[in-house]
Write a new protein. Structure first.
Ligand SMILES: *Cc1c(COP(=O)(O)O)cnc(C)c1O
Length: 402
């Protein structure tokens, strides 16, 4: 019999009653170190006092008015996002997939508005993930998400990861732009080289194409810069963000330059809830902290500390861990055992992490993590390596005895 909740997730038999900074607490009081952050969402951990205040203060005054009226929180958040980035304008959404839908529509509309409606194809990369709507599963191009849902939305052409020659060959008279996550999240914490992003920027400039970034997961401080593309010293034309910008409240946004947004006019796009006062209060609260003095310095410092300590664990446990990769506090561990087993073993140590493609275990600590919490995570990861090593030895000696 089907469960009352549509069974689209293989869930752990685990639930939580409250959160406290980097920890989640079960009803029986067991504490888990949350280094998955609700998949890179809870950037300020759980129940951050400032976010709680922003949300409850707004909740007691006004929840929703619709976009038929001005929403002061939107004006404030859009102003701050445009001041802090390449963008001149912002559309607010409730999720990452919607932010990417808006980005994709905008890229197509740009060329239509410039008299070239035939240019609607976006070049994307193997391993990409852009969401679960019909257009974004087509953009991601992953068979397991497309299968059974009818014809894929047209207008996406996928090339191998990091293959500049393949991008060049894929360009034709229908190309509207290039869509890329500077660091692939679901794909397995795969970091594109700064030189590759620079080359894509140059290619776009040369051919009049739009560079569209998906920073839904790697954005808002995760890599130690406000946005991951800053490491490459480039700017996009359009960028979708979500996850951390809401700190746990559903919020996304599509940011764009004035030129890229030229086709979007009254009636072009909309959302009933997008930019709702509650979401705006929280989004502004997140920026109060993330844009504060020293915040990103701490992300970089903690990221460096964590990756150094993980590199040492990899050296000592090379039989269990094959590779450590990532940027800032967006780190991937590639174990030699199935990543699902590794995540389950971490859970047994009361630490949460998230699986990803290429057998990777994603470590996505809250951006407010302290050295003490990093150390605790490292101890738990090392304990997991020891149990797998012991299992391997046992299996090896059992094999030898046969
Ligand atoms: C999570 C994610 C999305 C989709 O976001 P939703 O809020 O789940 O719709 C899109 N792109 C990337 C890179 C993501 O990590």
């Amino acid at each position: 019999m089907i469960t009352p909740i549509l069974p689209t997730y293989a869930r752990f038999d685990l639930s939580f009653e409250k959160g406290d900074g980097a920890y989640l607490v079960t009803a029986s009081g067991e504490r888990y170190l949350d280094f998955g952050s609700g998949i890179a969402v809870n950037c300020l951990g759980h129940a951050h006092p400032h976010l709680v205040e922003c949300l409850t203060d707004q909740a007691s005054r006004l929840w929703h008015t619709s976009n038929l009226y001005n929403i002061p929180g939107q004006q404030k958040l859009a102003q701050r996002l445009t001041e802090a980035t390449f963008a001149d304008t912002v559309f607010f959404t409730n999720s990452g997939a919607e932010a990417m839908e808006c980005s994709i529509k905008m890229a197509r509309k740009y060329h239509a508005a410039n008299g070239q409606p035939e240019r609607y194809t976006l070049i994307t990369f193997e391993g990409a993930f852009h969401g679960r709507t019909l257009a974004t599963i087509a953009a991601g191009g992953q068979e397991k998400y497309l299968e059974g849902f009818g014809p894929a939305v047209e207008g996406f052409k996928q090339v191998p990861f990091g293959d500049l020659e393949a991008v060049r060959e894929a360009l034709d008279e229908t190309t509207a732009g290039i869509l890329i996550e500077p660091v692939q999240g679901e794909g397995g914490i795969r970091v594109f080289e700064p030189s590759f992003l620079k080359a894509l920027r140059a290619l776009c400039d040369e051919h009049g194409l739009l560079l569209v970034l998906d920073e839904v997961q790697c954005g808002v401080g995760r890599t130690g810069k406000l946005f991951a593309h800053e490491w490459a010293g480039i700017t996009p034309d359009i960028m979708g963000i979500a996850k951390a910008i809401g700190g746990g409240f559903p919020l996304g946004a599509c940011l764009a330059t004035e030129d890229a947004a030229c086709g979007m006019v009254a009636g072009s796009h909309g959302s009933t809830y997008g930019g709702n006062p509650l979401a705006m209060a929280v989004g502004n609260g997140v920026l109060d902290i993330v844009l504060g003095d020293g915040f990103l310095d701490n992300v970089r410092a903690m990221g460096l500390l964590l990756s150094q300590k993980l590199a040492r664990i990899k050296d000592e446990h090379g039989d269990v861990i094959e590779e450590i990769r990532g940027e800032g506090l967006m780190i991937g561990i590639r174990p030699r055992v199935p990543n699902t087993d590794f995540v389950a073993a971490l859970k047994d140590q009361h630490m949460l992490a998230v699986g990803a493609g290429e057998n990777v275990v994603r470590i996505l600590p809250p951006l407010i993590s302290t050295e003490k919490e990093i150390d605790e995570a490292v101890e738990k990861i090392e304990a997991v390596c020891r149990t797998f090593r012991a299992d391997m030895k046992q299996a090896a000696s059992a094999g030898a005895a046969e």
